[in-house]
Design a protein around this ligand. Structure first.
Ligand code: FWO
Ligand code: ZN
Length: 389
């Protein structure tokens, strides 16, 4: 049991200075004042001068590693536990990307299980870039209904030279099967959609919303900030059709591609354009490759995404772009939790999982991370490492 006293609590809404009692992996009580002496066997943490926020949710992580677009030597490294928790992330959704051949669903499920055993909460999407979707059971619906950790499908590539060039009808069927799989298993049924640099942009998603009864919450287009034109299309899609947009945080702020939009800047742009804060999410593309191709498609080189960029972009949105903390937290806490239909995640409220981050209220430097009530990082030091760390 831990009693965190006197932190400024962002649930993510600002609750003010509160005491938070956790035990058994759950948030037990949130109140103005909780006397420590009455709570048996509790460890008291001094939260004064700190901000307490929900553990971050990263809904797009290549936990196996991804890449390979420059040949086998460019297959990126598998993730380790501390790559995740040092960024205040306590829940991840694992995915496959370009390479759905040497990266498999069996491997993805095993890695997700491993990370869960090491202390965080994990889910996965079935499939990879490719269409037809390479599932475990042979069917999207069966994968979602029968495999507990499978919450949707992705990352399905469209408008990209590396996609399978699916038709909009094929795309609509993938969303339909994913939605029904989610309905029949009380799960999100979310399609994580990889947006490339193609000129079609969000055309396929508009097609689904205009020609079927499928609602926007079953589709999450990511990499929306990869170009200013796609960013603008995403803002229009969110404002006119109530769609959700996901901004990728992994990029080197010093080496942004010519028309790439930094995620923190993209959030500010969206909010200033009138997109409701609830419709924007961030994800890191951690351990995914960040390949650069010439206009003629020649591979030029690649970097590797980092889960820690998720926290960095939230922090930059506050400290650099002037976004209020509660609005900068939504894209990495309550918004992904809502889209992923994880009511026990992404909020500081009674009965929620005790996934919590304490950070310095001025610098937003992470001090403490708790995952399912377990102390993972304290005073900036990693206490719980991955098996092979
Ligand atoms: C993005 C994952 C991309 C992998 O377009 O989609 O390649 O399979 O590991 N990464 N292909 C990166 C941009 C958004 C910068 C992926 C990658
Ligand atoms: Zn992608």
């Amino acid at each position: 049991m831990y009693l965190i006293k006197g932190a400024a609590v962002y649930a993510p809404e600002a609750l003010g200075c509160m005491d938070v009692l956790i035990g058994g992996g759950k948030i037990l009580k949130v109140a103005e004042e909780l006397p420590a002496e009455e709570a048996y066997g509790v460890s008291v943490m001094d939260g004064s001068g700190m901000i307490l926020m929900p553990g971050l949710i990263d809904a797009h992580v290549h936990i196996l590693g991804g890449g390979g677009e420059g040949g086998a030597r460019t297959r990126t490294p598998e993730i380790m536990l501390s790559d995740i928790i040092t960024g205040g992330v306590t829940t991840v959704v694992g995915c496959l990307g370009t390479d759905g051949c040497t990266r498999t669903m069996t491997n993805l499920l095993a890695k997700a299980k491993g990370l869960e055993e090491e202390g965080i909460t994990t889910y996965v999407y079935t499939g990879s870039y490719q269409v037809p979707v390479r599932t475990l059971t042979g069917s999207i619906m069966d994968d979602i209904i029968l495999l507990d950790r499978v919450v949707g499908t992705g990352e399905i590539a469209i408008s990209d030279h590396r996609s399978s060039q699916p038709t909009k009808e094929e795309f609509a069927k993938i969303v339909a099967d994913t939605r029904v799989g989610g309905i029949l298993s009380a799960k999100a049924g979310l399609v994580n959609i990889h947006m490339g640099d193609g000129k079609e942009k969000l055309e396929f998603l508009r097609y689904v919303l205009e020609h079927t009864q499928i609602p926007p919450a079953n589709m999450l287009p990511t990499h929306i900030n990869r170009s200013i034109t796609l960013m603008e299309d995403g803002i229009d899609y969110a404002k006119t059709l109530g769609g959700y947009i996901d901004l990728t945080t992994s990029s080197d702020p010093d080496f942004l591609e010519p028309d790439e939009v930094k995620a923190s800047t993209g959030l500010k742009m969206a909010l200033d354009a009138g997109v409701p804060a609830e419709q924007v999410t961030f994800s890191s593309d951690g351990q995914g490759s960040l390949p650069i191709f010439a206009l003629d498609g020649t591979f030029l080189g690649l970097g590797v995404g980092k889960v820690t960029s998720l926290y960095r972009e939230m922090r930059d949105a506050v400290l650099t772009d002037g976004v209020p903390l509660a609005d900068a937290l939504k894209p990495v806490t309550s918004n992904p939790a809502a889209l992923l239909k994880l009511p026990q995640k992404g909020r500081i409220t009674e009965n929620a999982d005790a996934d919590l981050v304490l950070a310095d209220e001025k610098t937003l430097e992470i001090d403490t991370v708790l995952a399912k009530g377990r102390l993972m990082i304290s005073e900036g030091k990693v206490l719980v490492k991955g098996t092979f760390e």
